[in-house]
Design a protein around this ligand. Structure first.
Ligand SMILES: NC(=O)c1ccc[n+]([C@@H]2O[C@H](COP(=O)([O-])OP(=O)(O)OC[C@H]3O[C@@H](n4cnc5c(N)ncnc54)[C@H](OP(=O)(O)O)[C@@H]3O)[C@@H](O)[C@H]2O)c1
Length: 335
């Protein structure tokens, strides 16, 4: 047995703010052997997700916190190396919640076999993976967009937001993104095909959003929260829908974020505001993969990854890019 496996272990719960280096250590160990009914995956790419900051906090959430001393939770993709499971053979490409490590043992639970002739491994933890499923179910099942309506999505150049706007276009809506900086906004309009994108960093969000949404906003797919959500609330049309997917502006806040100041709009405009967690559609993941894959193959869905190198040693620095607008597309780390 060779000492060639590495895993990222949570050492302590961080204080509020960006993820500190001393929250993790890397543990080296032997490559694990699969037991009966199990297989071993050699992980090649790890998905870095904004939710990771919440997963290492204590407190009530939609999943249990990563335990101190445990391997960091992470979506990842790689190839099966050795298998005692009839459903999986060496060489199969797979994706799942394998953790931030080089080798994972799995029984096949919540594992998705992936087709690397359609797209590379990293895309299967991005636009064709969990962020894509989130955009697909969140927009269509919670946002309920109708052709001709205006859909606004924040963090529009990112993993989830980029897919949301493109699905809105496929469904015949006006798609308006909100993103940070002229380069990201140009990408959202010129490459992704949104109708408009507003740069929230200019300090002119309310007026620019109004100009981009002359008929008001029917669906808001909220990825950011804070001032952006407050501004959108005042421009929602009567009976509009707000799908609360994420509130990233508060994830690394060091003081308690202010609540939405303009909640009165929910009352006066009879808005429906609903949170969503992608796990709620676990049983329908094959549907999302089939539809996103078909759109991608037909050229209707542009997907971009920001693939970083450096392995587990670079996990913390790379993860923090998400909270400082440092990523361009789905953030992925090679291990
Ligand atoms: N509910 C679910 O099941 C689920 C699943 C997946 C993701 N999510 C949520 O979806 C959102 C997007 O996730 P993602 O994976 O697609 O990440 P992403 O958009 O690829 O990357 C995060 C982006 O958020 C923006 N951002 C960060 N801090 C900000 C701030 N203070 N104000 C405004 N924008 C800020 C940055 O874009 P700019 O450069 O444009 O500022 C950054 O690039 C997150 O809130 C995440 O928690 C939810």
């Amino acid at each position: 047995m060779t000492a060639a496996a590495r895993r990222l272990v949570l050492t302590q719960r961080p204080k509020p703010g960006l993820v500190p280096h001393d929250s993790f250590r890397i543990e080296d160990g032997p490559v694990p052997e699969p037991g009966p009914g199990e297989f071993r995956v050699r992980i090649e790419v790890i998905s870095l997700d904004p939710a990771m900051r919440g997963w290492i906090n204590d407190g009530r959430s939609y999943v249990a916190p990563v335990p101190v001393g445990g391997t960091m939770r992470a979506y990842a993709a790689g190839h099966v190396e050795q298998s005692n499971n009839a459903g999986y053979k060496a060489g199969d490409a797979v994706q799942g919640l394998f953790g931030a490590q080089t080798h994972a043992i799995s029984s096949g639970e919540r594992v998705v076999k992936i087709n690397t002739t359609l797209a590379p491994l990293e895309r299967w933890v991005g636009g064709l993976g969990m962020p894509g499923w989130t955009a697909y179910f969140g927009l269509l099942e919670v946002g309920l967009p109708k052709a001709g309506e205006t859909v606004v999505v924040s963090a529009a150049a990112g993993a989830v937001g980029s897919i949301v706007g493109q699905i809105a276009k496929i469904k015949g809506c006006r798609a308006v993104g909100i993103a940070g900086g002229p380069e990201k906004c140009r990408y959202v309009v010129e490459t992704l095909g949104f109708d408009a994108c507003v740069d929230y960093k200019t300090g002119n969000l309310a007026a620019d959003l109004k100009a981009a949404c002359p008929n008001g906003i029917d669906v808001n797919f909220e990825n950011v929260g804070g001032d952006i959500l407050d501004t959108i609330l005042l421009q929602m049309n009567t009976f509009g829908r707000i799908a609360v997917c994420g509130l990233i502006s508060g994830y690394t806040a060091t003081t308690m974020p202010e609540g939405p100041r303009n909640l009165r709009a929910v009352l006066t405009q009879r808005l429906r505001m609903q949170g969503l967690i992608v796990f709620d559609w676990e049983k329908r993941i094959p549907e999302a993969i089939a539809q996103l894959g078909a759109w991608h193959k037909e050229g209707h869905l542009t997907i971009r990854e920001d693939v970083r190198t450096g392995g587990l040693d670079k996990f913390v620095d790379t993860l923090n890019l998400l909270y400082t607008s440092g990523n361009n597309g789905k953030l992925v780390l090679k291990v």
